[in-house]
Design a protein. Structure first.
Length: 146
């Protein structure tokens, strides 16, 4: 659809998957490496629900860039307000959406051949599934089905 995508992850094991899907991998576990992206992104979508250095991500935005938080970190984030001076950067949150929004998103995904990447396991193997998640042995997601 014409957009360049960079996926931030602290897990180098995800590099191959990200690149196979057409994205570029950025190692977010090293704050020094992130400085090379300063001023690079028009839009960053954060799905993190853990505390993170929001200043680093704001610095990666272009002067008109947007940072959208679609998950609520469990701990309060601290932002250096000066990073918003002399720019039109914006930071906002977004609710996951209504039933109508979800239906529209699924129709769009279907039209463009997009699908979720998940491992599927029977509900009877729930304990094994939990252990896989704890070991971080799940690339993207895991669904239990009965």
């Amino acid at each position: 659809m014409g957009h360049l995508v960079t996926a931030f992850s602290h897990s180098p094991a995800k590099r191959a998957l990200i690149e196979r899907l057409g994205g570029a991998f950025a190692d977010s576990s090293d704050a020094e490496r992130l400085t090379k992206y300063e001023g690079e992104f028009d839009f960053i979508l954060s799905t993190l629900n853990v505390a993170f250095d929001i200043d680093s991500f704001v610095r990666m935005l272009t002067p008109q860039g947007q940072l959208c938080l679609v998950a609520s970190p469990l701990k309060q984030l601290s932002l250096s307000g000066g990073l918003l001076n002399s720019s039109r950067r914006s930071i906002y949150g977004n609710y996951i959406g209504s039933r109508a929004d979800t239906t529209q998103m699924l129709a769009f995904s279907s039209k463009h051949g997009m699908a979720a990447i998940v491992d599927v396991m029977p509900l009877a193997r729930m304990n094994e599934a939990i252990e896989r998640v704890r070991r971080r042995d799940v690339a993207m997601g895991l669904v239990l089905e009965s």
